[in-house]
Design a protein around this ligand. Structure first.
Ligand code: GLC
Length: 563
């Protein structure tokens, strides 16, 4: 086990817990870097690119699952929680990766998937083999079917990937048997968290990875582990309405918090501030905050911010609500714009115009990195990658797409392997030009590769590098619980962040055209996501703001060294 080399904070104040202000970079291992050339990323590939992440300026990486898995859901169907899938390497590779990362001052967060396992997990095999009444079935949700011959599912819950949330089993003697619950794909049976064996097993899994030196866990479907007693039925229409708000008897039940209190105890047993971050989709930010109360998890993703429109008023409201909700439980707020489950924000914000999408993505990054708390980046956003929307059906692997009655299955488009270098696919993702990649990369990505952008001051990559550099050294950025809102007029989101050693002002113009503002109190420009805001002379017709007028470019964010 190794400990990260702690780089002394450049700021002249006491350093809070590293996670309170960390910028954490999500690696989707299948699509990050492929060292062995089989078309699939691997741990050796991640290891070879750690220097890139250090130079980018992030504090930690979160690696999506690399455990033994049939890959029915991109590794979120785990067959062995203590082993690395051969596609990705070995536990020795994970050990080496953690050691290398620590030597570079990077922390490593790994995924833990406690809501469900794979149908290839030995427990599930044994439960099926032993039939009804087996104690192994207690670790899952097995139920007899409804109707005369048990041909109807035990309740009317639907899977998030489409179709019923239940699949019928076949008994060892070949006759149709009980049903089992799976909130996701049929290959992902839900675990029963009332079972002490399940609880013990996951504390032991956490310890296995903590012993290997990981700095924390991202908790998959953290809101789903506990189901309402009796697995109550719902009317179909009502269910859809509730699902939209995440108020269903299988999400955000109060019982989940007991689990996280016990996990916190495990994390506290280890030195060096080991953390956990919840993937908890809840209907309000106050419900999200319950996951990070004292004695529970450290962070929770802020999906309300991720889902916000590019609109100054809406963003201001969500930032304020987020800060208030987390301050109430004395937890840091997190910010994120993209992950492996959602359409990349350069495309979400584009409204049909890719150039506008990139403009807004650049501005959104500077907004996010100026806010108090911790930020999660998704691999490729630092290159301004758009969603790939034209993948042929035959290469798509999202289980939701593959279910005959599934949803739109849009999640492959954000998982296309990263372009690193060169003019020919796989653009340095794999070692051989012309070699394989598990999803095809668009031809235009040659121009978006790390190599193509590095050193170009106008590139998205250099903007991220600059922003992370300023964030690291500016005393007013990073940890904190509050911002002071400034009123610079409609369409502009503006706030000030204070510190004894200096203040910073962030201005965001979400309008699709330049906006004049009073620049007299802004100070000097530190960084801009677009061309530098220009001065407008007093008396100029565009200078509605009067005084020291400044024109904020369309869809842009600027950081100012406040006077
Ligand atoms: C989480 C993961 C997602 C996965 C699902 C089921 O939402 O982020 O990728 O499909 O859980 O494990």
């Amino acid at each position: 086990m190794t400990a990260p080399t702690t780089t002394a904070p450049a700021r002249g104040r006491t350093h809070p817990g590293w996670w309170q202000e960390a910028v954490i970079y999500q690696v989707y291992p299948r699509s990050f870097a492929d060292a062995d050339g089989d078309g699939c990323g691997d741990l050796a590939g991640i290891r070879s690119r750690l220097g890139y992440l250090r130079d980018l300026g992030v504090d930690a990486l979160w690696i999506s699952p690399f455990y033994t898995s049939p890959q029915a859901d991109g590794g979120y169907d785990v067959a062995d929680y203590r082993a690395v899938d051969p596609v990705y390497g070995s536990v020795a590779d994970a050990d080496g990766l953690i050691a290398d990362a620590h030597a570079l001052g990077l922390r490593v967060v790994v995924d833990v998937v406690p809501n469900h396992c794979s149908d290839q997990h030995p427990w599930f095999h044994q439960a099926l083999r032993e039939g009804p009444g087996s104690p192994l079935r207690e670790r899952f949700h097995f139920r007899p079917g409804r109707g005369a011959d048990g041909t109807e599912p035990p309740n009317d819950w639907i899977s998030l990937f489409g179709g019923p949330a239940w699949t019928r089993t076949t008994d060892p003697d070949g006759t149709p048997g009980e049903w089992y619950l799976h909130l996701f794909a049929p290959q992902q049976p839900d675990l029963n968290w009332d079972s002490p064996a399940v609880q013990d097993e996951f504390r032991s899994i956490l310890r296995f990875w903590l012993d290997l030196g990981v700095d924390g866990f991202r908790v998959d479907v953290a809101h789903g582990l506990v189901k309402a007693p009796g697995l109550p039925d719902l009317g179909h229409c009502e269910q859809l309405a509730l699902l939209a708000e995440k108020r269903v008897p299988y999400f955000d039940q109060d019982g989940v918090h007991e689990i996280y209190r016990s996990w916190r105890t495990v994390l506290e047993e280890y030195p060096g501030q080991r953390i956990a971050v919840a993937e908890a989709w809840t209907d309000t930010l106050d419900r999200t905050a319950r996951y990070v109360r004292p004695g529970e998890l450290h962070q929770a993703f802020n999906f309300k911010f991720l889902n916000a429109s590019w609109d100054a008023d809406q963003l201001r409201e969500l930032v304020a609500l987020s800060l208030d909700a987390m301050r109430a439980v004395d937890a840091p707020t997190t910010w994120t714009l993209s992950n492996h489950d959602v359409v990349r924000h350069a495309t979400r914000y584009a409204d049909g115009d890719p150039a506008r999408g990139v403009r807004r993505a650049r501005a959104a990054a500077l907004l996010m990195l100026a806010l108090p708390g911790s930020a999660y980046l998704y691999q490729g956003e630092e290159l301004g990658l758009p969603e790939v929307t034209d993948l042929p059906d035959e290469v798509r692997q999202d289980p939701s797409f593959l279910r005959p009655d599934g949803g739109n299955g849009l999640r492959d488009g954000c998982r296309v392997p990263l372009p690193w270098s060169g003019a020919e696919a796989p653009y340095g993702f794999g070692p051989v030009p012309g070699g394989p990649a598990w999803l095809p990369q668009p031809a235009a990505w040659a121009g978006l590769s790390v190599e193509a952008q590095a050193g170009d001051p106008r590139s998205v990559l250099e903007l991220y590098r600059s922003a992370l550099r300023v964030r690291r050294s500016h005393p007013a950025l990073g940890a904190g619980r509050a911002v002071e809102w400034l009123d610079l007029g409609p369409g502009v989101l503006a706030f000030r962040r204070e510190s004894p050693e200096g203040a910073l002002i962030c201005t965001v113009n979400t309008a699709g055209h330049p906006l004049p503002v009073d620049g007299s109190a802004l100070g000097s420009l530190l960084l801009s996501s677009a061309e530098p805001p220009s001065s407008i002379a007093a008396g100029n017709a565009g200078n509605a703001a009067g005084g020291a007028g400044i024109l904020l470019p369309a869809d842009s964010t600027a950081w100012w060294q406040a006077p």
